[in-house]
Design a protein around this ligand. Structure first.
Ligand code: ZN
Length: 177
């Protein structure tokens, strides 16, 4: 089932999430619904606060481009429960990004080029994996949501100024009654 998104200005996006203690059917259903929601909006990731759940969970599904065949290979769904960043590279890498919760706003964010994350999967198994470039950016963007941080917080002051009107419009559109 497609879930309603939380938009910029919704306090749930600024709350620090609580860890998940038990992976039960409700979590499995939530992940399925989040994936359906992500797909419906053509997103490469989605965090639980974006569907009004203040719990430590996000998903990614990053497509890749096969240069030789000149085609896009669909991504594979990855589930991160109670994620923790345990290591990252000194090297930075920039990527233009947007967020399903902040429609129409895009900006380049510089983050570590590589990141190592420890998390639990849907089967309850802990895994430690290192991601690079696009995968790393996607995981760090979603991991920020878990901590109440949005990608616009990581833009320069000047860039944020350029978006101020747009941000006000989003607030008005989704939060005025
Ligand atoms: Zn986002």
């Amino acid at each position: 089932m497609k879930l309603p998104l939380a938009y910029y200005g919704d306090p749930v996006l600024r709350r620090k999430t609580t860890p998940i203690e038990k992976i039960d059917d409700s979590i499995r259903q939530l992940v399925a619904d989040m994936d359906e929601t992500r797909e419906a909006h053509n997103g490469v990731g989605l965090a639980a606060p974006q569907v009004h759940k203040s719990i430590s969970l996000f998903i990614t599904c990053v497509p890749r481009y096969d240069k030789e065949k000149d085609e896009v290979i669909p991504g594979v769904l990855k589930v991160f429960i109670n994620p923790k960043i345990i290591d990252y590279s000194q090297e930075l890498w920039g990527l233009d990004q947007g967020c399903l919760s902040i429609p129409g706003v895009y900006g380049k964010v510089y983050r570590p080029a590589k990141v190592t994350i420890e998390a639990t999967d849907l089967e309850g198994k802990t895994f430690v994996e290192t991601y690079a470039y696009y995968d790393a950016q996607a995981a760090m963007h979603e991991n920020d949501h878990i901590n109440g941080v949005l990608f616009i917080d990581r833009l320069t002051l000047k860039e944020r100024k350029d978006f101020e009107t747009k941000l006000r419009e989003i607030k008005k559109k989704y939060h005025s009654r």
